[in-house]
Write a protein that binds this ligand. Structure first.
Ligand SMILES: Cc1cc2nc3c(=O)[nH]c(=O)nc-3n(C[C@H](O)[C@H](O)[C@H](O)COP(=O)(O)OP(=O)(O)OC[C@H]3O[C@@H](n4cnc5c(N)ncnc54)[C@H](O)[C@@H]3O)c2cc1C
Length: 442
């Protein structure tokens, strides 16, 4: 064996110690093919940002020692990026070339292949999750073959959100678009009743909107609004924080004439979504425009994102049920809030990817950043999932969920097709693991 071998340790949140006895770090795709073909059971490990055992197996393989490849096809409007590359690295290469991706998650630290595999998303009524930009996949199957799925392949829609079940993704082809700038503002004091009554209007008021809340009180905690502005606006404005929010400044975020804020006021200082946490780790706010990759994530690449000592859960509900689902969680506020650091509400456009949490439905994501109190959180989740069950809530694949009734299959109309795809692509079951047996394959 020529690959570097070690043991994998723990995930980012440190709530899961990988049981795998070995972590392979091949330095070439050929080595990776050898490793995969020889392993009875193996899974790819990305940047370890999942909060459960989705990645685990007897053996793991990381693509960290492979070079970051970012190849733009200007004519096609696509980029071919190596699977282990992080979104922050991809963005740093794309932007100077005049290109961008359509959206980003709250953090740029995650690997492209790992994020796509679990249907990771940002926010935006017209913005699909990160997987929805995939136009091709290159993966090493369990027989060691390197196969390519293109947009013409009928299997692609089933293979994009794959939960690591089909192979080790060495490269992903993503649709890209000309680079753009984004201006971001934070508002506080949005009354809950206005949020519930006018949710559609509020989420449509910018390209990407997030509501941060602890569910208590009469007002939602913070409203983060990110608005696209023409590329270059940010460069002109560099150094001058003169983009006054709420005055119709050229950044566009505060064009109050065409946006109703229902009494929410623009924050005068930068804010972290979590009370008491230094906002230095967040991306620039107050309407100052900047490149897309320095505004779409809430957190900066060079800092620990979010809190750092936390767990996360999230449930995606169909848009039309969102106000009722939010009311249901609010009614549990007294049980939720003591375990919570903060919740975030986002919107995700529908897609046609079989295991995507937004498959076939315009969606609203109800997210929970929990304190690191695993037994208490795990004890609460069944009640939370019961409250959200009437709304056909789909849990985020990469976060903590209970699914104690094994009800997930019923939420995904193409689940049977996905199982058949797993059988075809991985007949010897090398990529099966406990997580898949629990939630997907049985
Ligand atoms: C602080 C924080 C903030 C977050 N914010 C968001 C957010 O804004 N939106 C959101 O939707 N999620 C969010 N998440 C969740 C996170 O984006 C997902 O869990 C994502 O899947 C993590 O990617 P990863 O590279 O760390 O994957 P890992 O956790 O390492 O692996 C995830 C899955 O992908 C598979 N995989 C990884 N690499 C490959 C590969 N090369 N080939 C095949 N399979 C592979 C693994 O086998 C596993 O099944 C956040 C997580 C954290 C810790």
């Amino acid at each position: 064996m020529t690959t570097d071998e070690t043991t994998p340790g723990r995930n980012w949140a440190k709530n899961h110690t990988y049981r795998a006895a070995v972590l392979h770090r091949p330095t070439s795709v050929a080595e990776l093919q050898e490793v995969v073909a020889a392993a009875p059971r193996i899974r790819a490990l990305g940047s370890r940002h999942c909060f459960n055992d989705i990645a685990d197996s007897d053996a793991l393989v990381s693509l960290e020692a492979l070079p970051d490849v970012v190849e733009v096809d200007d004519a096609a409007g696509t980029v071919r990026v190596s699977g282990g590359t992080r979104y922050g690295t991809l963005a740093g290469r794309l932007h100077p070339l005049g290109w961008a991706v359509h959206n980003l998650a709250s953090l740029p630290h995650i690997s492209v292949a790992g994020a796509v595999a679990t249907a990771t998303h940002g926010s935006g009524d017209r913005s699909g999750n990160l997987a929805s930009a995939v136009r091709g996949l290159e993966l090493v199957r369990s027989d060691g073959e390197l196969v390519t799925l293109t947009a013409d392949d009928a299997d692609l829609a089933g293979a994009v959100v794959h939960l690591g079940a089909l192979g080790v993704v060495t490269a992903v082809t993503l649709e890209i678009e000309p680079t753009y700038d984004v201006a971001q503002e934070v508002r506080t004091g949005l009354p809950w009743e206005a949020a519930l009554e006018h949710l559609d209007e509020i989420t449509a008021s910018a390209d990407s909107v997030s509501l941060f809340t602890d569910w208590r009180g009469d007002a939602v905690g913070q409203v983060w609004r990110k608005m696209r502005v023409p590329a270059g606006t940010g460069d002109e404005a560099a150094g001058g924080a003169a983009q006054a929010v709420g005055t119709g400044g050229r950044a566009g975020v505060g064009t109050a004439a065409d946006v109703r804020h229902f009494g929410a006021l623009a924050a005068e200082a930068e804010m972290h979504p979590l009370a008491g946490v230094d906002p230095r780790s967040t991306t620039a706010q107050r309407g100052v425009p900047g490149p897309w990759h320095e505004r779409l994530p809430h957190f900066r690449m060079e800092f620990t994102p979010s809190h750092g000592d936390e767990l996360q859960s999230e449930y995606l509900v169909p848009r039309e049920h969102a106000p009722a689902a939010l009311r249901a969680v609010r009614a549990m506020g007294d049980r939720v809030a003591p375990l919570l650091l903060v919740s975030e509400v986002r919107t995700i456009a529908a897609d046609d990817l079989w295991l995507s949490t937004a498959y076939g439905r315009e969606s609203v994501g109800i997210h929970f950043t929990w304190k690191s109190l695993e037994p208490e959180v795990v004890a609460l989740l069944p009640a939370l999932e019961d409250a959200l069950a009437p709304f056909a809530a789909r849990p985020h694949w990469g976060k903590v969920f209970a699914d104690r009734d094994r009800a997930l299959a019923g939420l995904y109309p193409r689940m049977g097709d996905f199982r058949a795809l797993v059988e075809r692509m991985d007949p010897r079951g090398a990529f099966r693991n406990d997580y898949l047996e629990r939630h997907v394959l049985t």
